[in-house]
Design a protein around this ligand. Structure first.
Ligand code: LLP
Length: 445
């Protein structure tokens, strides 16, 4: 599953104890395993090899350049949603032609940047956006390729905040409007509408919603062909599950088993398949290390107050997400064989694992059965490689954590911990940017 394991009661990332990393760089700290990243990528690529897909790693899940570079070296293209992500992809050495660019709110500046960089496909989310991209491309005398993001109205059975393929979400256009979309824009000279994009939600723990949505869009592709619009690219998006709990997520091969037969003949006929996995590659490739500052009792509750909480990992408080949490050094009887929501080992007691932030909603786990926890202990929050550091904030003026990449027996600092000076680095002596009296001498009535 991943390269985080206990040996003699100590948690290792590959060949390094995470305690030694915490000793060197302090906490809170994200630790990534390069072997896990590349294994997960290889497994995903192998599962879908029959479709010869372009795998566009979804940068939003974990954006550190060391992560992007590791995956770029495996051959990944990238799934982007902003100018900032395009910047990262290029720094990681990824050819923008191997990138797809999605997102409902692309600005003019971002569109110009992506046109200049010649990104592979714009994944377009609305009529207004298509017109804007075409207009900017015409002004810049450029041509680009685009896929229409279709909203298939399929329920991915996931958290409502990360459900994207239902009609009432802001993403894509519905199937009926998709037909009209091609009739209006299918012949555009600057923006060639030759693809279809789907992303139904994340995480999706069954192949079924993918099959339902793919079946719907294949029908759409046939209808479009009958009307003279040739679709040569189908992007199925991301959302493939990760093992937050041991054996929770289907293997890549299980999604592929359902999807490959649906698509194999189309691929033979020239349809290019794109996949946009994020968390299935990155989630279990990272842990978050926290130090217990205080153990506090209050009524019937025991709180383990750590040096990071919702500011470094917002998923538990924002989505009610489960992350397995365990001390990095444990007695033999407490070595976890599996990562479960309720662990069945002797001598465990319920603890609320919380952070230092001044909100009651600042928690990582509530009533979690843990081995005895004391001040100074190091805790690992597992499966934090996806949507961890990328969603971290400086709330309460907490500097952002360090990030470390482990390869075998070597741990490398790939983002230094922020300092207090970093917190205020963009603030400056007040400078006049607008003076109403000076710039508008005759105000209206
Ligand atoms: N493609 C598109 C167009 C997406 O919007 C996303 C995720 C992905 C691919 C990658 O999804 P993945 O394979 O990583 O599940 N912050 C939330 C997840 C938000 C997902 C947003 N879009 C979380 O922590 O669960």
């Amino acid at each position: 599953m991943d390269h985080f394991s206990y040996q003699d009661g100590n948690l290792y990332c590959e060949a390094v104890t995470v305690a030694a990393i915490a000793q060197q760089v302090g906490t809170p700290c994200y630790v990534y395993s390069r072997a896990t990243l590349t294994d997960h990528y290889a497994r995903f690529a192998k599962a879908f090899a029959a479709l010869d897909p372009l795998i566009c790693y979804s940068i939003k899940s974990s954006a550190n350049l060391a992560v992007c570079r590791a995956l770029a070296e495996c051959g990944a293209g990238m799934d982007l949603v902003s100018g900032g992500e395009l910047h990262r992809a290029r720094l990681a050495g990824v050819d923008p032609k191997r990138c797809v660019y999605a997102g409902v709110g692309k600005t003019d500046a971002e569109i110009s940047l992506a046109l200049e960089a010649e990104v592979g496909w714009f994944n377009i989310e609305s009529e207004g956006e298509f017109e804007n991209i075409s207009r900017i491309a015409a002004r810049m005398n450029r041509r680009c390729q685009a896929a229409l993001r279709v909203n298939p109205d399929v329920d991915p059975q996931t958290h409502r905040y990360t459900t994207t393929g239902k009609k009432e979400t802001k993403f894509g256009v519905d199937l009926d409007r998709a037909r009209a979309f091609f009739d209006t824009y299918g012949g555009d000279r600057h923006c060639a509408l030759t693809g279809i994009h789907l992303h139904i939600g994340s995480p999706v723990y069954s192949a079924k919603p993918y099959v339902q949505s793919t079946t719907k869009v294949l029908r759409l592709i046939d209808e479009l062909a009958a009307r003279g619009y040739r679709i040569d690219m189908l992007d199925l998006g991301g959302g493939f599950g990760a093992d937050y709990v041991t054996d929770q997520a289907p293997l890549a091969s299980e999604y592929a088993r359902e999807l490959v037969p649906l698509l194999a003949d189309r691929v033979k006929d020239g349809l290019k398949i794109i996949l946009e996995p994020g968390r299935t590659i990155t989630a279990n490739a990272g842990v978050l290390l926290l130090r217990v500052l205080y153990v506090k009792k209050s009524g019937t509750k025991t709180f383990a107050i750590c040096d990071g909480g919702m500011n470094v990992l917002i998923r538990p408080s924002h989505y009610g997400a489960f992350h397995f949490i365990w001390p990095c050094r444990v007695a033999r009887e407490h070595v976890p064989r599996q990562r479960r929501q309720q662990m069945d080992l002797p001598g465990l007691a319920p603890v609320d694992v919380v952070g230092p932030i001044c909100e009651t909603g600042d928690f990582l786990a509530i009533d979690r059965l843990l081995p005895p926890v004391n001040r100074g202990d190091l805790l690992a929050v597992f499966s934090s490689g996806a949507y961890g550091m990328v969603m971290a904030s400086r709330y309460n003026s907490m500097p952002l954590p360090a990030e470390v990449m482990v390869t075998g027996d070597t741990a490398m600092l790939v983002r230094r911990r922020e300092s207090y000076d970093d917190l205020t680095a963009h603030e400056q002596e007040p400078e006049v940017v607008l003076n109403i009296k000076r710039s508008n001498p005759k105000p209206g009535p």
